[in-house]
Every structure is written in structure tokens, then in C-alpha cells.
Design a protein around this ligand. Structure first.
Ligand code: 8YV
Length: 313
């Protein structure tokens, strides 16, 4: 039987490639020098897209593929796929939930600690030999400080669980109050910021959350507060964040995501009160193996006519 043609929009971990190639005729869009010509040449064959949460699939790509049946995303972010468009065209969409929850929560807490305790500065201090001449300035305690979580979904809950181990009182903001958690609910991001020392964003990106964390939230968080983002760059008004960091409106930030990835605004790199990571919240061998498996399992289920494991459309 002929293998179905699978279009990949960007690289996966290399161990995934032989596994995918065993079942599919794999096309690598990102390696094509002329993407439009590549798509036009293969459009009729493509039955599936394997993409990533951060890359998604544009409607122009979807519309160019007349026999597209399924988009399988390596990640949980849905902001880069137009679900209504997929639904209207009867194209299934799958994600990789749960497997990445713990790692994204871990990196959120890691960023809190790294920025408050000046871990990168301490590392540089030892490496450079500066320690022989001077002590590192004192840092800020994290234990017992107030944790504010914007987006109390699965990852938000995992962050809360970890924050509880640091004796942090926990509050959150969601579109709706949850009745199944003991944490304090704030109706607005600004109200949550006003009662947080660490304000962590973990809400989905997309039109509904576009720039929802802005200047007023940073003023409310205040000059002793830290902002952490493991969600999407789009959920923050990035100009307001840069201003808040440059002017000391807030104390610091730990960021895994940016508006322009992989080339974030160069002003971030000039700041000494930020810890920056290259969108690696889910970036462990363990999690990425689980994500790859889930992409393949969803695709295999689709082509076997079985129920999908984790479809959103
Ligand atoms: C991944 C993500 O980093 O889940 C998401 O939506 O952004 C991340 O887990 C990305 O999709 C893989 O590169």
C-alpha cells in the first residue's frame, strides 16, 4: 500500500524522522528554497501536515492542499491554526496535551528562581573569577512570596502545585472562576498582579488573549514584582513589558516566549533584570519523546480509521 504523504512545516527531533518515514512519504517544507513552488508541486499528494504548536499552519497553506485530512501538532498551542477554518473544511486537528505539562511548569518555577536569586549572574561571577574580588549582591527570596497564575488550566495547576511546595500563597485569573480549587480568584489580570510577587502567564495565545497583560498590570505588579511568561509572546503588550523592565516599574522577568521568535526584540538582551530562554518549556528528551509519540499515534489512528487520541477538531 502506498504511504500517505505527510508535509512537515518545521523540524522535529531527529529521532522522529525514521519513525515518521517508516509510515509516510515525508516532505520537509522548511528545507525547500522556494516554498510556494514546493507546495504547488506536491499539493495534490499531501494528506497530512505535521507541524508544531509554535508554527501551526496558515490558512493559505491549508487552502493550497486539496486533499488535506489532518493537521497533527507537536505541542498544545492552538494559536497558529484557524480551528473554525479547519472544521469548515473537515480537517482534523490534534495536539499533544498532558505529556508536556510537568516540564512547562518546571521551567516556570525555574525562571522564578533564576531571576529572583540571580542564578545567571552567580554563574557568571564564578566563571569570570570575579568572586575572588567581590561577593555577589544579595538576591530576593522566593519561598513564601505570593504566586499569581494567569490561566489555571493543566499547566497552571502544575505550577500551583510546585509553588505550594515553596509555601507560596496562590491566586489566579481565568476567564471564569473555578469551583474545584482552593486558590483565590481575581476577576482581572490587574487585580491579580496587585496581589502577586510572581506573576506567571500560562494562558493560551490567540485573539482572545492578545496583549491582555499590559502597562496597567505591570504597574499593579510593582517594583518588587517579577513577571514570568511560559505562554506565548502575544499575550503580553511587549512594548509595555520592555518599558516596565527598563524603567524599574517591575523588578524583573523570566521569559521563555516572545512576540518575534526566534529573533526577539534585541532590547531584552540588554537588560540585566531578565532571564531569557529560547522557548524550551517542553524541551526535555522525556517530554519531546512523548510529544513525538503522540503525533505519530494520532496520525496512525487517523489513517487506520480509528478514533483520534487528542483531537481538538
Ligand atoms: C513547543 C509549544 O515548544 O506546546 C506548544 O504549543 O509552544 C511548545 O510545547 C513547540 O510546539 C515545539 O517546538
Amino acid at each position: 500500500m502506498q504511504k500517505p504523504t505527510l508535509l512537515m512545516t518545521g523540524p522535529y527531533p531527529e529521532w522522529e524522522m525514521p519513525l515518521l518515514k517508516a509510515s509516510y512519504h515525508v516532505l520537509k517544507l522548511w528545507e525547500a528554497p522556494d516554498k510556494a513552488a514546493f507546495i504547488a508541486a506536491h499539493a495534490k499528494d499531501v494528506r497530512a501536515i505535521a507541524s508544531r504548536g509554535d508554527l501551526g499552519a496558515a490558512n493559505t497553506l491549508i487552502d493550497a492542499l486539496p486533499h488535506l485530512e489532518i493537521i497533527s501538532l507537536f505541542g498544545v498551542g492552538l494559536d497558529a491554526v484557524d480551528l473554525a477554518h479547519c472544521k469548515a473544511k473537515n480537517i482534523r486537528v490534534t495536539i499533544t496535551p498532558d505529556v508536556l505539562t510537568a516540564d512547562v511548569a518546571d521551567i516556570a518555577l525555574g525562571l522564578c528562581l533564576a531571576v529572583a536569586r540571580n542564578i545567571p549572574q552567580g554563574d557568571a561571577h564564578v566563571r569570570s573569577g570575579a568572586w575572588a574580588n567581590a561577593m555577589l549582591p544579595l538576591a530576593t527570596r522566593m519561598t513564601g512570596k505570593r504566586m499569581g497564575i494567569i490561566g489555571l488550566g493543566n499547566i497552571g495547576m502544575a505550577i500551583a502545585k510546585r509553588a505550594a511546595a515553596f509555601d507560596m500563597p496562590i491566586a489566579y485569573h481565568n476567564r471564569n472562576k473555578r469551583n474545584d480549587v482552593p486558590y483565590a480568584y481575581c476577576e482581572t489580570v490587574e487585580a491579580l498582579a496587585a496581589q502577586s510577587d510572581f506573576l506567571v502567564a500560562v494562558i493560551p495565545g490567540g485573539a482572545q488573549t492578545q496583549a491582555m497583560i499590559g502597562a496597567a498590570a505591570f504597574i499593579a505588579l510593582g517594583k518588587e514584582g517579577y513577571f514570568i511568561n511560559v505562554a506565548r509572546g502575544s499575550v503580553v503588550d511587549e512594548a509595555a513589558l520592555l518599558h516596565a523592565l527598563e524603567k524599574g516599574v517591575i523588578k524583573g522577568a523570566g521569559l521563555d516566549v516572545y512576540l518575534n521568535e526566534p529573533k526577539p526584540d534585541p532590547r531584552f538582551a540588554k537588560l540585566t533584570n531578565v532571564v531569557l530562554q529560547p522557548h524550551i518549556g517542553s524541551g526535555t528528551f522525556e517530554t519531546r519523546r512523548g510529544m513525538g509519540q503522540m503525533v505519530r499515534d494520532n496520525l496512525a489512528a487517523h489513517f487506520a480509521g480509528k478514533p483520534l487520541l487528542s483531537s481538538v477538531v
